[in-house]
Design a binder for this molecule. Structure first.
Ligand SMILES: [Zn+2]
Length: 67
């Protein structure tokens, strides 16, 4: 899976993280992922399959486009 993605002019790092290692409220509950504009990062919950993470990535990219 890709580890970087450019949305418009901004490049985001894609990180797969464990729920336990989550900082902030990342991946709390059944959250599949998050996008952080200040850190230029997209976090994907590593508890889920690659297929789910691909879908989550698309979801987060849409947030990135629509802010
Ligand atoms: Zn969302």
């Amino acid at each position: 899976m890709m580890n970087k993605i450019k949305i418009g002019w901004k490049e985001f790092d894609i990180e797969h993280i464990e729920k336990e290692k989550a900082r902030l409220n990342v991946v709390s509950g059944d959250c599949y992922g998050e996008i952080h504009f200040d850190k230029n990062k997209i976090y994907l919950n590593n508890e889920f399959s690659d297929e789910q993470k691909q879908a989550t990535l698309i979801h987060e990219v849409l947030h990135g486009i629509c802010i």
